[in-house]
Design a protein. Structure first.
Length: 321
């Protein structure tokens, strides 16, 4: 489908990875050279490391690598901004120099051989986005597997649609990246935003390995923070839930009012109880509904301030090109 051999940039976020980087950098290079030799990607393809404000020698290692071999390139963020921002910084830098990007973690957990299938999906089928999906999590502990899979399910229930078991290992064409750059929001959750860009996409499956060295930077606490960020930046469903809950509380309050009035009429209450109960029920119900309504407007404002594109055109007939 895509006739030209694409220039590929492999984008790799790195935070305090001095133990693992010397091991994995040659692996990425080997993969890049293999793809170039097979004429699947262009000679101008590169490996782009993004140093995310590491406190160890990561940046020094990246600089040394780029001196040794021009296939290695690096950029450094002024301080640690987190994985998502590091990936975005790399993708936005790469998109002006290449046709396709593949983002991957630097710890060797994601199988680099899946890149072959990703590039094939772009070259042969014209897929602009190819998601790397973990086919199994056997190398993860039961706890990590349980929490991680729960993460994807919970996200979907809360209205933040993400590709199940897909992290940030994916191919995106520079064309799709230019559209993604129009999403002006600051709270970014790429896993949820990339599907919103649209275009022809597919998934490739791979087995996730264990980290080659160093430690995970995503303990449960950070994963919960990521889920919270993902939900609140993608969906206003929590506000909807408050509105519906408000209506439910109002209904219960109404029943409470009826009950207290009937009890008072029967005469089974002390003086003042029924009127107090009525007031409490009324105020509770009305407050819950009002909060929901205000929330709906805040939700709308939230969606507006993101300034997301209202449409993205993927194809047009000759005359309109
Ligand atoms: N990372 C980053 N900034 C951070 C935390 C992590 O750039 O603040 C990078 C890290 O170097 C790695 C990737 O994000 O390449 C994924 O992190 P990690 O392997 O620790 O997460 P896990 O695979 O355990 O979920
Ligand atoms: Mg990892």
């Amino acid at each position: 489908m895509n006739n030209k051999t694409p220039v590929l940039y492999i984008v790799i976020p790195c935070y305090n990875e001095q133990e693992v980087l010397p091991q994995t950098a040659p692996m990425f290079l080997q993969k890049l050279c293999q793809l170039i030799n097979e004429k699947k990607i262009d000679e101008k393809s590169r490996i782009l490391f993004v140093n995310d404000g590491s406190k160890d020698n990561t940046w020094e290692i990246i600089k040394k690598l780029s001196e040794q071999n021009p296939y290695y390139q690096g950029i450094a963020q002024s301080r640690n901004r987190g994985h998502q921002n590091a990936v975005l910084a790399g993708l936005m830098t790469a998109m002006n120099h290449c046709d396709i990007t593949i983002s991957i973690d630097c710890d060797g957990q994601d199988d680099i051989n899946a890149m072959d299938d990703m590039v094939d999906a772009y070259n042969n089928e014209g897929c602009e986005i190819v998601y790397g999906v973990r086919s199994s999590r056997e190398s993860d502990t039961f706890f990590k597997r349980f929490t991680a899979e729960g993460f994807y399910k919970f996200m979907n229930v809360m209205g933040a649609e993400v590709v199940f078991n897909h992290a940030d290992y994916r191919l995106i064409s520079s064309r799709a990246l230019h559209e993604l750059s129009e999403f002006k929001e600051v709270n970014i959750f790429l896993r949820g935003m990339v599907p919103l860009v649209g275009f022809k996409s597919t998934s490739v499956y791979y087995v996730r390995h264990e980290r080659l060295a160093g430690e995970s930077h995503y303990p449960l606490k950070k994963m919960l923070a990521l889920a919270f960020d993902g939900i609140t930046s993608l969906s206003i469903k929590p506000i909807r839930i408050i509105t519906v809950l408000g209506m439910f509380i109002t209904l219960i309050s109404f029943i409470g009012i009826l009950w207290s009035v009937i009890s008072a009429l029967i005469g089974s209450t002390v003086a003042g109880w029924a009127s107090m109960t009525c007031i409490i029920c009324f105020v509770c119900g009305i407050q819950a509904v009002f909060l929901g309504i205000i929330g709906e407007y805040i939700g709308k404002i939230y969606l507006e301030v993101k300034g997301r594109p209202r449409y993205i055109i993927s194809e047009s007939t000759d005359e309109l090109k």
